[in-house]
Design a protein around this ligand. Sequence first.
Ligand code: PMT
Length: 402
Amino acid sequence: MLKGKHIILGVTGGIAAYKSAQLARLLIKAGAEVQVIMTPSAREFITPLTMSTLTGKPVITEFFTANTGEWHSHVDLGIWADAMVIAPATACTIGKMAHGVADNMLVTTYLSAKAPVFVAPAMDLDMMAHPSTSANLSLLRSYGNHIIEPTSGELASHLIGKGRMEEPERIVQVLSDYFSESKPLKGKRALVTAGPTYERIDPVRYIGNFSSGKMGYSVANALASAGADVTLVSGPVSGQNLSKNVCLIKVESAIEMLNACKDVWHDVDIAVMSAAVADYRVANQSQCKIKRERDSVPNIVLAKNPDIAATLGGTKKDHQLLIGFALETDNEVQNATDKLSRKNLDAIVLNSLRDAGSGFGIDTNKITIIDKTGNIIAYPVKSKPEVATDLVNYIIDCISNK
Ligand code: PMT
């Protein structure tokens, strides 16, 4: 979608400027021509040499080159661009853009740009939460700019909260989506499960697992990017970024997840079950906090949880594609293949804890897709959003061959 597109990448002076190098690289890889404009303070965080080496174009920071007097026309740049993306955008630059303070090349070009402008804020959580930042972002939105919301997590200050610049892969995805005319999954309804389930022991304790939701949220976002109408049923997770087009249903336990899935399943064309569902719940759940006893330990009795994927598999119609995940530690292909047939899945995405870069919590995964005819496709380690894109491309192929 970005092949041949002229993109102005505006970089401002924040610690997230280090991610701009990766963003420039990904845009170039996607076939775009990238012109970087840096604010003077951005140069304190990342060198123009890094950016010009990656893009193959001299970086522009000033209105003219001092030793030659060469003039950099913000007007020409504004006309040249198919899109302008400012990443990271500091509170200062956001304020200047909102109020037309054209005291540097970046803001001047922004004011001249005819193309759509995408702004990816990055700042500390209190700056992000400040009413003046919210008001400035609202102003930018009201002028038709696209705000790529920051995510939550650990910030440069080591505080935890909202203010991390969105990952470069997602920013590229947002731009691709913008330029994509016909989306391959338009008109298709998709269901995704993500995260862990929590099975209560008493009002303050639960049985759970380490799933962060990163894989499932990436799948939901990738399906939405491909045009599907997505419902995400998610167990308890925090800090995951979700595309605006995804309908989120939050649940806690496996039974709640099952009920939410059953409610939409009849309407669904594609289901991807990436949640790590607890196989057991507590049969003797206590309504009061279990007290510590001096001479005994509590006896927790487990009951089997329903198998959500198998329940959906039991009523699967011909037009429905049901894909499961399997996290294995041994005898991987055999175990995953058994699950595939036991749950009546069309394909299963195997990830193994024995592979470096795979599994719970981390940002990468290494998957192997096994289908019901025994075909096996193995992929290298990639970021979870990239893994999700591979899976969605696989789904698009399946649907077009159905
Ligand atoms: O969330 P992250 O931190 O990013 O981690 C991602 C992940 C490791 C959780 C994900 O990639 C993954 O592998 N999810 C499946 C975890 C798993 O081990 O599933 P399972 O082998 O217990 O179950 C197989 C399939 O049946 C899965 O699709 C599961 O969602 C489904 N299942 C399992 C049990 C149950 N009661 N109901 C189900 O629907």
